[in-house]
Each structure stands twice: as structure tokens, then as C-alpha cells.
Unconditional design. Structure first.
Length: 164
């Protein structure tokens, strides 16, 4: 199985990975759209925050939805080849209504499936890797999202690692 990771921003070059503000309402930080002919196995996901305020929590979710958020489209270079740098590129669909980051509109979700949800301290981090062979599967024509709901805007980094 080929493995890939996407972050909630473009692939860094001369500077560090760029964090994105959570805002103060529900916000999709990262969205991955499976290709039209292939399900994705979700291997891991995570999110971290940089606030200096300890104790305030942010609701963090990894969900599968039936509707795409409007996002900044990822470029192919932003999809990291985890298992072999020489492997074929990921087959995920790229675009503003597909794989991307920093949603400007959430869309009207009619159906979703929660794969993981946690309260995370706004000065902390959370990541989860599923046990080998117990990976949840993102269905064809669905969208994986790392979504947060914060009461105060803080900067966040988020990722999803999947197998194809």
C-alpha cells in the first residue's frame, strides 16, 4: 500500500510549514477527496495549536462527509509520498471542491461519519494512528475533513495520512 500525507497548507520550501487560524466557528482545516475509483484507508491524523492559554479546549474532528467544503486547492507537490519518494503520485482529486486546506465555506452537509473526535487543549496537540489492519475507509465520492470548532482564534497545524 502506498502512503501519503497532506498538511493544512502548501508544502514548505525555504520556510516552515505555515499554520492557519482556527477562527471562532466550525472550520475545515484540511480536506482530502478520494479519487473517483478508489477508497482511501485512513492511517493517521492529527492537529496541534500554538496558543499560550492553557485549559481552553477546541473541538477537533476527523469526519467523512457527503459535501465538499470550499478550500484552497492543494498542489500535487503538497501531497507527501511517505513510503517511497520515487513512487507514483497520489490519486486524490485536487481542487477547490476536493483536496485542499483552509476552508472559506463549509457547505451544507447532509450526511457525515465521525471517524474520531476529541477535545484538545488550545496549547496542545493530538494525533492518532489506527492499529495495523483496522484503518477506517473513506468511500468513493466522499470527503475526509479535519474540522475544528474554537471559541478563540489560534493557529493550527493539521494532517491526514492515508493509504491507496
Amino acid at each position: 500500500m502506498r502512503q501519503f500525507t497532506a498538511w493544512n497548507g502548501p508544502s514548505p520550501t525555504t520556510a516552515a510549514q505555515v499554520a492557519v487560524t482556527t477562527g471562532v466557528a466550525v472550520k475545515t482545516l484540511l480536506q482530502v477527496a478520494p479519487p473517483a475509483t478508489l477508497e482511501l484507508e485512513v492511517i493517521a491524523w492529527g492537529v496541534s495549536f500554538d496558543s499560550g492559554t492553557f485549559g481552553a479546549k477546541i473541538k477537533c474532528e476527523l469526519i467523512e462527509t457527503d459535501v465538499a467544503a470550499t478550500v484552497t486547492a492543494h498542489a500535487a507537490a503538497g501531497i507527501v509520498k511517505v513510503t517511497d519518494p520515487g513512487q507514483l503520485a497520489s490519486q486524490v482529486t485536487l481542487g477547490v471542491a476536493a483536496t485542499g486546506y483552509t476552508a472559506s465555506a463549509e457547505g451544507a452537509i447532509a450526511a457525515s461519519r465521525v471517524l474520531d473526535a476529541q477535545w484538545v487543549d488550545q496549547s496542545g496537540a493530538y494525533s492518532y494512528t489506527w492499529p495495523l489492519g483496522n484503518y477506517p475507509v473513506a468511500a468513493i465520492s466522499k470527503f475526509l475533513r479535519v474540522r475544528v470548532t474554537a471559541t478563540a482564534a489560534v493557529n493550527a497545524l493539521a494532517f491526514i495520512t492515508w493509504g491507496e
